[in-house]
Design a protein around this ligand. Structure first.
Ligand SMILES: [Zn+2]
Ligand SMILES: [Zn+2]
Length: 180
């Protein structure tokens, strides 16, 4: 097989696998095509990359109460770009590298250093989330048994290089206080 035929075939395979997802703003024809399991008719109606946060992405409140330095230590999957269209000039910022009055451009230091771990599939984040939830439940149980104040436990984690667990405990304390 000569190169030209090879590449023509590759392009055909590529084209056939493209456009099975319609963008939410796609025209009616393309939406119907996709519903029927076919390709979109117009290239501009195909869905392009969309950026989803990890299912365990920390909330704005959690991020705001912590220093930029601590937020930078969060797992790489949280360091995704967000476009700031209000700032002057507009810019791509890191979703978590922020503190009161300061933000980091994307890619931030963490996203650069751990580039391949930034965009993780959802199931990986979910596994991490489950593991973390189990660990926290275990710790809560241990803390109750030892009558250790949860605050002190959170502090211990924050001081031993696991700030994320620390802040999860703090949010659990806050949630607990809210329901009492
Ligand atoms: Zn269309
Ligand atoms: Zn970051």
């Amino acid at each position: 097989m000569n190169d030209e035929i090879f590449w023509a075939e590759q392009r055909a395979i590529d084209a056939a696998s493209r456009g099975q997802q319609a963008d939410p703003t796609a025209c009616g024809t393309c939406q119907d095509n996709v519903k029927a399991g076919e390709q979109v008719e117009h290239e501009e109606c195909a869905q392009r990359a969309t950026l989803l946060q990890a299912p365990d992405h920390p909330s704005y409140e959690l991020l705001a109460g912590v220093s930029m330095e601590e937020n930078a230590k969060l797992p790489a999957r949280f360091h995704i770009p967000v476009f700031d269209d209000c700032g002057k000039p507009n810019a791509w910022l890191c979703a978590v590298c922020q503190e009161e009055g300061a933000v980091s451009l994307w890619p931030c230091k963490t996203a650069t250093e751990q580039g391949t771990k930034v965009f993780t599939p959802a199931h990986e984040a979910e596994t991490a989330l489950r593991r973390q939830a189990a660990r926290i439940a275990e710790l809560e149980k241990a803390a109750r048994k030892a009558q250790e104040p949860m605050e002190r436990l959170a502090l211990a984690f924050e001081n031993t290089g696991e700030p994320e667990i620390g802040r999860q405990i703090r949010s659990a304390i806050k949630a607990g206080a809210a329901t009492q």
